[in-house]
Write a protein that binds this ligand. Sequence first.
Ligand code: C2E
Ligand code: CA
Ligand code: CA
Length: 565
Amino acid sequence: MGDCNLEGFISNEFAKLIGKIPDQDYDMESILNVFREYIPAMASRYNIRYCKAVLAEPQRGFHGAMTLSEREVVLFDDRVEPETNDYIAEFKMGNGGYVKVISGIDKNCVWTDMMKSESFIMARTVYLLMGRARAMKELMRLTFQDSLTGVGNEARLYQYISELIDKQVFHHYHSNFINIKNMKLMNNRFSDRGGDRIIILYSHHLNEFVGNDGLVVRLGGDNFFVLIKDEREQDFLNHMKEVVVEFNTPDGTSVPVHVDARIGYYNIKEHDRHREAMRKSDIALIVCRKTNASVVEFQECMSEKMMRNKALEENFPSAIENREFVVFYQPKADISNGDEFKLCGAEALVRWKKDGSIIPPLEFISLLENNGMINNLDFYVFDTICSDIREALDAGYPVVRISSNFSRRHLADANFANKIESIMKKHNVDAKYIEVEITESYDADDNEALKSFEQRMHALGVQVSVDDFGSGFSSIRMVKDIVADTIKIDKSIIDGVGQNEGDHIIVSHVIKMIKELGKDVIAEGVETKEQADLLLSFGCDKIQGYLFGRPMPKEEFVRQYFVRA
Ligand code: C2E
Ligand code: CA
Ligand code: CA
């Protein structure tokens, strides 16, 4: 016996080697697995008679106090008579728990030098095995865990779904796509790092709520996916309305932060394939975003619309390339002379000519605005307009000012004005032929951007008009801040003209106010002579609408409205 015992092996050499790995890097199961594999193989050579492991995990007790709960696992037991010395190797976990491996070795064991050096090699092997277990664990973590929050990731989701499908219980779950609504606000308030912290707190909150009744995964950014048992879905949706996390600010105070989510959900049916179940809740989330709702359940009709939109989106790049977008022109009239309408401008309106039919802009503009492709389209249209103007000028026609619609999204582009200028230059078109129409908005930041854009346009001599005035968010207060030359009153308001007295009072005052602020006013969507007369009596002497002319192809427009000088 003497120094030739297991102590030299498990407790000393082994512990020395093992000691190089920080305790918290272990997990219980991987330690156990190494010993399970290793001890029986070396038992006879080293006269090990038995081996057991004691695993202790911290647990919250009945009154909230932490206690250690122990369990014992016998790895190997070959005792003929209990005459053994016990040697203990202990591995501490980061959470306060531990694993003790107790090996009982025959008291009569004689250790040779050979065995001693062998034992060193074996200890080394165990160390490597532990390392491998650790690497495996790390690999599993990287593969299946979201690195920021520690909840599952997409790979974990597919793993979990296949477990549910194997057990034939997938259809007993609801799928939920979740997106945090006020993330941008929180990032602004707490910085990006604070925002990350909130995402972590939020995902832990979700995880705790869902527990063993489903799975929470983060799909990157502020997007989450939750599978939850049918019977808990309603409870889950209710709960999600009011999620508050406690956020610790850098100065140490804790502030409650409301996290508002959008949820698209779907009740998974018996024969649904998993991609479909996910896609359907995703579609519901998209609808949720578009309608500004908080919770939307998937309906089959959503799917058809999405399919159509998807096809449009996919076809868009080639449609630009194949010049499938054409520009129609709708005349604007000066009606100041009463019965005699005089052409005073035109608005360019895009159409998509596809497979022989014409798709109106209402079917694709908002879609392209959402995915950012509108930027390409608007400049494509503007380029066509400038080219058409050049062609008409070269042919000697008395060209009028043509207005072009631009999405508000361009205001975020610092190069917006430059791009307009360079297209005009490219076609050698003077600013007096150009007007830019931009839809009004209630967003104050946006209005700042609009102001500086307008100043740039004025410097060039290009006119700017605010489109759709009165359709949605415009506030009376805002009008005074608009630097635009012209305000275009939306058709929805003009529709009331000739219908009822109340609308007349509003429209006449809106017109008066715009004129008093020194701006031009034009009414759109004018369909009857009665409307035109009333508008003129209210002080509005410019109109656009079917009464004077519909949007039409360039050739037709030129034929009808341009008389060669
Ligand atoms: P908008 O700028 O308000 O254009 C006026 C819309 O009202 C046009 O519809 C026009 O055809 C229609 N309209 C004109 N007069 C009458 C009328 O008397 N009665 C009725 N019922 N409708 C009338 P359209 O051409 O379908 O365009 C719809 C919207 O699509 C436009 O509304 C504009 O916001 C957008 N749009 C069109 N072309 C472009 C473009 O090149 N770029 C961008 N960003 N948006 C565009
Ligand atoms: Ca317009
Ligand atoms: Ca409009």
